[in-house]
Design a protein around this ligand. Structure first.
Ligand code: PRP
Ligand code: GUN
Length: 178
């Protein structure tokens, strides 16, 4: 697996350091409140596990699964809900946790869907932001890292379901995509 990696973009230590900072910022912003963190499966799982443990106010967790990519590297723009929330979100403070915002199409759909269920507030935390590929404008409240327009893998992010368990964010060798 590691031999398929051309370059490490964000190291394990850089991820840990930035997540500590995000956790502290979120803790301060939500003082006196309880958060319902909503992880967007499957990519956000690794980030969600580390981020929630860096937050010091109470955090309940729930997950949603949506899909817009299939096995390729380009968003189809058609978002499907594969798994809905278990929690009732009315009146709750939602923190959506994403691994990456790329075209923004997944989040635009998700935000509209969640807003219609009348939460008290919605904020968005993404580990990675790839603004060069944006097709729909998304307001990001907490951004881990802004990345250039490479297809990145690791720390939850896959290529055809592989590489999610790499502990860093990296770029694959071109021959891997063939
Ligand atoms: O901004 P966008 O262009 O919509 O892309 C972002 C979405 O793409 C990835 O999910 P993917 O569909 O690959 O599923 P996964 O999380 O299960 O890997 C990622 O986790 C985001 O949800
Ligand atoms: N693994 C992976 N999934 C994505 N979904 C949207 N952009 C990306 C990316 O760069 N890498």
């Amino acid at each position: 697996m590691i031999n398929d990696v051309e370059r490490i973009l964000i190291s394990e230590a850089q991820l840990a350091e930035r997540i500590k900072e995000l956790g502290a910022q979120i803790t301060a912003d939500y003082a006196g409140k309880e958060i319902l963190a909503i992880g967007v499966l499957r990519g956000a799982v690794v980030f969600m596990a580390d981020l929630t443990r860096a937050i010091k106010v109470p955090v309940a967790i729930d997950f949603m699964a949506v899909s817009s990519y299939g096995a390729g590297t380009d968003s189809s723009g058609v978002v499907r809900i594969l798994k809905d929330l278990d929690e009732n979100i009315e009146g709750r403070h939602l923190l959506i946790v994403e691994d990456i915002i790329d075209s923004g199409l997944t989040l635009t759909y998700l935000l509209e869907n969640l807003k219609s269920r009348k939460p008290a507030s919605i904020k968005l935390c993404t580990l990675l932001n790839k603004p060069e590929r944006r097709k729909a404008e998304v307001q990001i409240d907490y951004n881990g890292f802004t990345v250039p327009d490479y297809f990145v893998v690791g720390y939850g992010l896959d290529f055809a379901e592989k590489y999610r368990n790499l502990p860093f964010i990296g770029i694959l060798k071109p021959e891997v995509y063939k």
